[in-house]
Design a protein around this ligand. Structure first.
Ligand code: AMP
Ligand code: GLY
Length: 439
């Protein structure tokens, strides 16, 4: 009898109300996964989209409106907050919680402002890599006052030349210049004409790394870490990796070249020095570290850190995680991630992103979406969608992520692509070649 009562009490204590911040495909995948957890009593998504309401309650507020978030947390007895996008982290949402007596004990998953600088400032992250011996491209940072030195440096690092706005620039702040003249002009526009606003008041000039990109995801409580499934992202709008850069047009996980030997190098040369470097430098970090890296002839080099999960990688990554995801989040919150179990499916997940006509430029909106019910063997994660009475309509550039989990890569890719073509909205577009380069 006592044992049963104890079991009930423990179970009761474990049931939590969770608040997820964000509104993209990444958050849809998080919401789907969290809603399956035995720890989750109620899930709230702020602001969410037409798809997240299948898994919880949407609340229409901005992810950067910290006071409104506090109100939601108090009114709904929230026990845990998961932050999806980088902006609230870089703006200090975690610090906001810690500084407020009413909410300071509610765990926030996502680093404090200082740790979020790994994404918020390219210069900070480069210096962190140098201090901690983490392999990265040679680089120097310049401002208005050092423009002339910048011009001189451009001539010394070989072609092409990579220019990176120091701050957040909505994914647009990286330029790859084919000639020194082009790089000079761009550097001038970034520093002197604020091409990316404040974000380009400092510019990192960096050597170009030749290789294949990989997204590696680490979950850490600041001491312990778990390596989540890796993924490959397809950034260009056009098939065959052509045309403009986007937020990401699809993803695949696992990635064949990320075999044990390669991932061992990633862990030894990048992940361990990153997590221990944060600890050594007294930078608290509870959340995700997304390492964008380049495989250069079998050696991993860091291109960038992000302080959050990737999109559309999360759609593929969550699909392959078999363990209770909230239990892992609790491990981050309570600094006992080492005691949690991460089980990863051996199957292959492929995600095809369906985007609005015109994206990544000016794009169509408010188009009715039909055919989601015809999808056969994929999950449809909503991104830029909203509910308009009985209809689901488009609101963003990236509209839906179609993810299929299958025994092998070919079947996963084929199924996700076939299922995407069962959905329709005016002007829609998706790449039919996601992942086929890996087969
Ligand atoms: P980021 O905004 O840092 O993700 O950079 C955008 C894209 O630019 C990356 O996904 C890479 O494709 C490319 N990139 C950034 N840095 C380098 C580099 N040092 N060498 C080659 N490509 C790079
Ligand atoms: N898919 C790349 C990113 O989330 O930044």
């Amino acid at each position: 009898m006592i044992r049963i009562m104890l079991f009930c009490i423990i179970n009761y204590l474990c049931e939590m109300n969770i608040l997820l911040l964000g509104s993209g495909g990444r958050e849809s995948a998080f919401a789907w996964k969290i809603s399956q957890s035995t720890h989750c009593e109620k899930l709230f998504i702020a602001p969410g989209n037409a798809g997240t309401s299948q898994y919880g309650i949407n609340i229409n507020i901005k992810v950067t409106d910290f006071e409104a978030i506090k109100e939601i947390v108090l009114n709904n007895h929230i026990d845990l907050v998961l932050v999806g996008p980088e902006e609230p982290l870089v703006k200090g949402i975690h610090d906001f919680f810690l500084a407020d007596g009413e909410i300071k004990n509610i765990p926030v998953i996502g680093p404090q402002q200082e740790g979020a600088q790994l994404e918020g400032s390219k210069d900070f992250s480069k210096q962190f890599m140098v201090r901690n011996g983490i392999p990265a491209a040679a680089s120097k940072t310049f401002t208005k006052d050092t423009l002339e030195e910048g011009y001189e440096y451009l001539a010394t690092i070989g072609l092409p030349i990579v220019l990176k706005a120091d701050g957040l620039a909505a994914g647009k702040g990286v330029l790859i210049c084919a000639s020194v003249d082009e790089a000079k002009q761009e550097l001038n526009e970034m520093l002197m004409e604020a091409k990316f606003g404040d974000a380009s008041s400092s510019v990192v000039v960096e050597q170009f790394l030749q290789g294949i990109e990989l997204s590696v995801f680490v979950m850490t409580d600041g001491t312990n870490y778990k390596i989540l499934p890796e993924a490959k992202d397809y950034k260009r709008i056009g098939e065959g990796d052509t045309g403009l850069n986007t937020g990401g047009m699809g993803s695949v996980s696992p990635v064949p070249f990320a075999d044990k030997a390669f991932m061992d190098k990633v862990e030894q040369k990048i992940i361990i020095p990153t997590v221990s470097g944060l600890k050594k430098e007294n930078i608290p970090y509870k959340g995700f570290i997304f390492i964008g890296l380049m495989n250069c002839n079998g050696e991993p080099w860091v291109i960038e850190y992000n302080c959050r999960m990737g999109d559309p990688e999360t759609e593929s990554v969550m699909t392959r995680i078999e363990s209770d995801f909230v239990d892992l989040l609790l491990g981050v919150a309570h600094v006992n991630l080492d005691q949690k179990e991460l089980i990863i499916s051996n199957k292959v997940a492929a995600t095809v992103m369906m985007v609005a006509g015109g994206y990544p430029g000016e794009y169509l909106k408010n188009k009715i979406i039909t055919g989601i019910e015809n999808v056969r063997d994929s999950k449809v994660f909503h991104a830029g969608t909203y509910q308009d009475n009985e209809e689901i309509k488009t609101s963003g550039g990236r509209v839906l992520a179609v993810t299929s989990l299958q025994q092998d890569m070919f079947t996963a890719l084929q199924q996700a692509t076939a299922d995407a073509s069962r959905i329709y909205f005016d002007g829609m577009y998706f790449r039919r070649d996601i992942g086929f380069d890996l087969i």
